[in-house]
Design a protein around this ligand. Structure first.
Ligand code: HEM
Length: 469
């Protein structure tokens, strides 16, 4: 226990602790216990959290030779992710599963490469571009709504898939100036689904940093998926090269126009990795947010009613615009509360470069720091009725009471999401446009169970009927 009295070992009956004291048998017991726990984390990182993790601020333990800290204490999270962020890099546990697909792209790179690329790419999501991007969101939203209106009555759509196809088209148009069309969007969607199926569960070896290049049977499917993914990226790239202007406009132009001090262009592999990173980071998260939002609204009819009232008052039957966004206060609160309960990126893990101290506890170099936004956002010491859907928490006055590091759906510090404002704008606009025209109703009896893999999806999807209003 430390001075806060709120630091726990991983499990009060943790054989890992016994292992320090006992002999061969207890070390074997300890290894078995850890492997069992890791298997559960691998299968579903959300379901694996024991109850006490929702009550403790810091849980510290060792796995083999590595010290592991699970942090639910906002000031300590601030230290790891922001104030002393330079001492922490993304850990293998975080990066290995994505490495074959995203390579050295912004999501995974570190050091000088990351600094250069972040600086270069940041203007593509600057707030001064949002109004123009909103136009694309509205156009694609309209096309999707027209298609949903043409569905035969009582058709269920899987919301995650439906919104993924929509947000994939939007991110490609915004960032690459390229309209994918239904066939390519589906090819990318299927490729990523296959990739998740083969790499989505971190291999126990990866958790300890064994590179993904280490041969594993399960990865064959993943390799095929990357090839299908790359076919589309290559097409976009060829198109970008033909249409690339003198003045950088979209992100692809920025990447293709780049020259280093010696006038050399960016390496083709890096251009590919950045495209893959932006494409994936920029659509999957927003689509998941929307599908959880409609699920939560359906479960909470009084919140749905308030959203409809706001839409009628602010938009009055017209199509929402970028200028309407500051007035869509409740719609924004619905998105914020959805991101609290179902943060698409549900866990961050960092590795300490040098020794540090957290809540009075020594953090040795190489320690793994696990910050789960799933745990943090449902923590009993931080939230009143943590599991209840209450968008009111995020209404303008109430939101001031939330510690900025108690709510981190977009991460924090230098590695904060590059597309945070774009993601929020897109999610609020698409929520408003869809809710204005449809009520989404869950297929009767369908069990919805969150599944924590690379992102936080639902185990068997969220099939909903789009009922015109
Ligand atoms: C609701 C929507 C979104 C959510 C919840 C979300 C969440 C996140 C989170 C949590 C991180 C930090 C990961 C970490 O620290 O390990 C991140 C990083 C990132 N996001 Fe997003 N994101 C969203 C939308 C977008 C969009 C629309 C883009 C498109 C540009 C984008 C691009 C990125 C990139 C490039 C990074 C890596 C940044 C870096 O490491 O420098 N995201 N996102």
């Amino acid at each position: 226990m430390t001075r806060s009295g709120n630091v726990a070992p991983a499990d009060s009956a943790n054989p890992a602790e016994d292992g320090k004291r006992g002999g061969y048998l207890s070390r074997l017991k300890s290894a078995w216990f850890i492997l069992k726990r890791l298997r559960r984390v691998r299968d579903n990182a959300i379901a694996a959290w024991p109850n006490f993790c929702y009550k403790r601020e810091l849980i510290a333990f060792r796995v083999l030779r590595t010290s592991l800290f699970i942090i639910n204490h906002p000031p300590s999270i601030q230290r790891v992710m922001a104030t002393n962020g330079k001492n922490y890099v993304k850990s293998p546990m975080n990066t290995q599963a994505l490495k074959p697909l995203l390579g050295d792209g912004l999501f995974l790179s570190e050091g000088e490469l990351w600094t250069r690329q972040r600086r270069l790419m940041a203007p593509s999501t600057h707030s001064n571009r949002l109004a123009a991007y909103a136009q694309t969101v509205i156009e694609e939203g309209r096309t999707a709504i027209e298609a949903w209106h043409r569905l035969p009555p009582n058709t269920d759509l899987d919301t995650t898939e439906t919104f993924t196809l929509l947000t994939a088209e939007i991110i490609s148009r915004i960032m690459f100036g390229f309209r994918l069309g239904d066939e390519r969007v589906r090819q990318l969607f299927e490729a990523f689904k296959d990739y998740q199926a083969s790499h989505g569960r971190a291999h126990v070896l990866e958790i300890f940093g064994v590179p993904t290049s280490f041969p594993r049977w399960s990865m064959r499917r993943g390799k095929k998926a990357i090839r299908r993914f790359d076919e589309v990226l290559l097409e976009i790239l060829e198109y970008g090269k033909r249409s690339c202007g003198e003045v950088p406009e979209n992100l692809l132009d920025i990447l293709l126009n780049y020259r280093d001090d010696q006038g050399r262009p960016m390496a083709p592999n890096l251009v590919r990795d950045e495209m893959a990173s932006i494409f994936l980071a920029g659509h999957e998260t927003t689509a998941i947010t929307l599908s959880w939002a409609f699920y939560l609204l359906e479960r909470n009819p009084e919140c749905e009613k308030r959203l409809h009232e706001e839409l009628e008052e602010v938009i009055k039957g017209a199509t929402p615009t970028f200028e309407d966004l500051p007035k869509l206060v409740y719609a924004r609160a619905v998105i914020d509360e959805t991101l609290r309960l179902y943060p698409p990126v549900h866990v961050f893990s960092r590795q300490a470069i040098a020794e540090d101290e957290i809540m009075g506890k020594k953090v040795p170099a190489q320690s793994m720091m696990v910050i789960s936004s799933w745990l943090l956002h449902r923590h009993e010491l931080l939230w009143d009725k943590p599991n209840a859907f209450r968008p009111d928490r995020f209404m303008p006055d109430a939101v001031k009471k939330i510690h900025p590091f108690a709510y981190i759906p977009f991460g924090a510090g230098a590695r904060v999401c590059l597309g945070k404002h774009l993601g929020i704008m897109e999610a609020v606009l698409l929520l408003a446009m869809t809710a204005q025209k449809f009520k989404l109703r869950l297929r009767t009896g369908h069990p919805v169970e969150p599944l924590g893999r690379m992102t936080l999806r639902a185990l068997n999807g969220i099939p909903m009927r789009f009922e015109p209003r």
